[in-house]
Design a protein around this ligand. Sequence first.
Ligand SMILES: Cc1ncc(COP(=O)(O)O)c(C=O)c1O
Length: 394
Amino acid sequence: MMERKQLKRYLEKHKHKAGERIFLASPHMGGKEIDYVNEAFETNWIAPLGPHVLHFEQELAEMVGIKAAAAASSGTAAIHLALKVLGIQPGDEIFCSTFTFAATVNPIIYEQAIPVFIDSDYQSWNMCPKALQKAFDAAEIKGKLPKAVIVVNLYGQSADYDQLLAICNQYQVPIIEDAAESLGATYKGKATGTIGELGIFSFNGNKIITASNGGMLVSNNIDYIEKSIFLSTQAREDARHYEHKEIGYNYRMSNVSAGIGRGQLHVLKSRVQKKKAIFEKYKKDLSTISALEMMPICEYGESNYWLSPIIIHDTAIDPNTIIDALEAENIESRPLWKPMHLQPVFQQYELFTVHPETSVAEDLFLRGVCLPSDTKMTTQQQNRIIDVIKGVFQ
Ligand SMILES: Cc1ncc(COP(=O)(O)O)c(C=O)c1O
């Protein structure tokens, strides 16, 4: 209900302006998508499954260099399936990045498991290995280790997996990589999403490539992927009639969506290049403002630069001042993710930080803004954005 009201208001507000609005990140078709969609229509593979789904899985798996992939209806569904195939039970603890979108955590709650939040570090903005170690130390003392660690690759940049894996391997706890935002990025030459035991990608409308909606679960463990496909098709047993021995989900990607996704794979590389160019232009042109800094880019990998976040050092300027100034010019920007431990719905869960009284994620949230990173944005439009920001600091 609430969502419909919001959507109506949004459409009303942007009725006359949509054509000229600069978006944070919006769908950007490459041209081939429509051919795949037409093929789906012509062959009447409109109903849930179909050849595009299988091809999309194979093509994506090949592209990132992993053995198997399962296309799902969303990235959130893919995270849920990852927890299911790992056998997460009610009461199990799952360590999870606090600096993320709620979709990383919600599936933990679906399974009545318990999220334990881990803070970020300033180097990558991703899960801090020292905070993770503290959480494991506490878990060991308590005598209850987590069943999995969900590590998020924020805004398209990989977390520092050598350090995180060393800790998790010591306790034999699997990592689920939430690479919803980082398709196309690498860590030490390896594609993000392929480093943990399981990885997930999202293809919702604002991601680096989209399938209009959708997600993908990937793993080198083929059993996990087969099990996830079984669960995502209502856990239907292999019988002529409908036979069910366990609870399943309707989580499979549709053939039409997969057609869009396949088309988008053709342009992934060029989207990463454009996103990088956008980030670097902001970095160069805003370098005259000493109170501003771009999100740090780590040398251990290549980000996909999904969004271009800035951080403000000048406490006199509130991030909302920048967001409001841009909005007045019909330009979309937004705050950084509000950390999960600050969300009313997750308030009762524990947070591990390196310094007892301070959270890095919280500090970044209070000082950051995601600047528009739409790959359809022209240089003139980006110059306009830069002028507005410079105006705020003058
Ligand atoms: C970090 C993160 N995890 C999970 C998701 C969930 O993906 P989806 O919207 O496809 O369910 C998103 C994006 O929405 C995300 O940014």
